[in-house]
Design a binder for this molecule. Structure first.
Ligand code: NZQ
Ligand code: ZN
Length: 391
């Protein structure tokens, strides 16, 4: 295990009805006027979450302004709009209602309000993140783990660049209210995307070459096994509270870094996927179901025993000591089959890309730079190979 620092200051308020605490939590973290960031549209009708939060704010006597219309894979235009509203209305706290898209938009707005320059400077790494307005979250989809993470991903309109900030504890939310009941209104496809996303967050940390990481391996294997079980159950019956509750907490543990401490992570599947969701507008979890198994296929020959461990401990495959690569392959096949079984795409064609698009996808990534990933450093040639394995 390598040396590490872990600072995860988010307060979690978990369970049915916990959204009633939102006013008290905002006050506790110094908020007096809130910018409420959410999807708007049908979402407001489908779930009671919006009405519940607005009632709780009114009851607590906390005034609020709103930024609505956040799209999946949130875009810079909404961030600029939010910064303008937040400044004009003198908001001192940003409250995200929704999932990764609302939360990341809220985080970017909270970075931008107190900053003199363009908020994108933090994504293009022209400026270092030092301060932010405080952010709180009421979560309605278990997936990104942004409710507790130090990450934030935005797509800039200019060039369609889907880039993240360098991870920093500064942007971790002050609190996250996690009511699994809210996720019962999710379309099954979104539940599946979320389950695959959180599974991938664990994979990105699990596939490491750091030795002596037994404890975090076991935490990771438990998270992945439970994501598979709970994902299947919740897709079958979105009103299954127990399954949705598991997913909601896994989503957080998978991405707040508890499973990644003391080891060098991987991350190239995520960075390759960001190109797919930017260019082909697929859901992030769907893009991962295409890329992650293809990356596994690419990487497995360089780490057969780790992939065999994954197959045995996560998927319950029998270890073939004579031919461990057979066991390793079974783990990859089971991962792809799980995604397929939940109704997710597993080939580039299913998200609208063809072999002819591969050079453009790779070139688009080049704008941010290579190499990516740590398990195997990936440059243009390797990224092309991974994408070809997803055809
Ligand atoms: O827009 P509508 O139709 O209202 O649908 C929303 C939303 O668009 C719907 N939804 C959410 N809660 C619902 C609901 N529908 C019914 N009932 C509910 N309770 O779900 C759609 C998808 O929501 P979104 O917020 O986009 O999903 P997710 O949480 O998967 O977030 C994806 C974004 O997070 C980024 C991704 O790249 C992507 O942009 N990520 C952020 C990370 C982070 N900050 O740590 C890490 C992740 O790896 C990821 O990159
Ligand atoms: Zn993800």
């Amino acid at each position: 295990m390598r040396n590490f620092e872990f600072y995860s200051p988010t307060l979690y308020s978990f369970g049915d009805g916990q959204e009633k605490n939102v006013g008290a939590l905002i006050r506790r973290f110094g908020g007096t006027k809130v910018l409420l960031v959410h999807y708007g549209g049908d979402f407001v009708k489908w779930t009671t979450a919006y009405d519940d939060v607005v009632s709780a704010l009114n009851e607590a006597g906390i005034p609020y302004a709103e930024l609505t219309g956040v799209q999946p894979n949130p875009r810079s235009d909404k961030v600029y709009e939010g910064i303008e509203i937040g400044r004009k209305e003198n908001c001192d706290f940003v409250l995200a209602l929704g999932g990764g898209s609302s939360i990341d938009c809220a985080k970017a707005v909270a970075l931008g309000i107190p900053y003199d320059g363009d908020f994108w400077d933090f994504f293009s790494e022209k400026a270092k993140i030092e301060t932010t307005l405080p952010v709180g979250v009421v979560l309605t989809i278990a997936a990104s783990g942004s409710e507790g993470s130090g990450h934030c991903v935005i797509t800039h309109e200019n060039g369609n660049l889907k880039w993240g900030i360098p991870p920093t504890d500064v942007v971790r939310p002050k609190f996250a209210i996690l009511n699994p009941r809210y996720t019962s209104t999710l379309p099954k496809y979104q539940i599946a995307c979320g389950a695959f996303d959180m599974f991938s967050h664990v994979c990105e940390r699990y596939f490491t070459r750091t030795p002596d990481v037994r404890l975090t391996d076991r935490i990771s294997e438990a998270l992945m096994r439970t994501a598979v079980e709970a994902g299947n159950e919740a897709v079958k019956d979105p009103s299954n509270y127990a399954a949705q509750a598991d997913l909601m907490w896994i989503g957080n543990l998978a991405q707040n870094d508890s499973s990644g401490l003391g080891r060098i992570p991987e991350w190239s599947s995520h960075l390759i996927e960001h190109e797919l969701s930017a260019l082909f507008e697929c859901a992030h979890g769907a893009g991962l179901a295409v890329v992650m198994p293809a990356w596994m296929q690419f990487a497995m020959p360089t780490g057969v025993m780790r992939f065999a461990q994954f197959a045995v401990e996560v998927w319950g495959c029998e270890m073939n000591w004579e031919h461990p690569e057979v066991t390793a392959q079974q783990g990859i096949d089971r991962t792809r089959a799980w995604a397929k079984g939940m109704g997710l795409p597993t080939t580039l064609g299913e998200v609208g890309a063809t072999e002819a698009d591969i050079p453009a996808i790779v070139a688009h990534r080049k704008e941010k730079g290579f190499p990516i990933g740590f398990y195997i450093p990936i440059k243009e040639e390797e990224m092309t190979e991974v994408l070809k394995l997803a055809l």
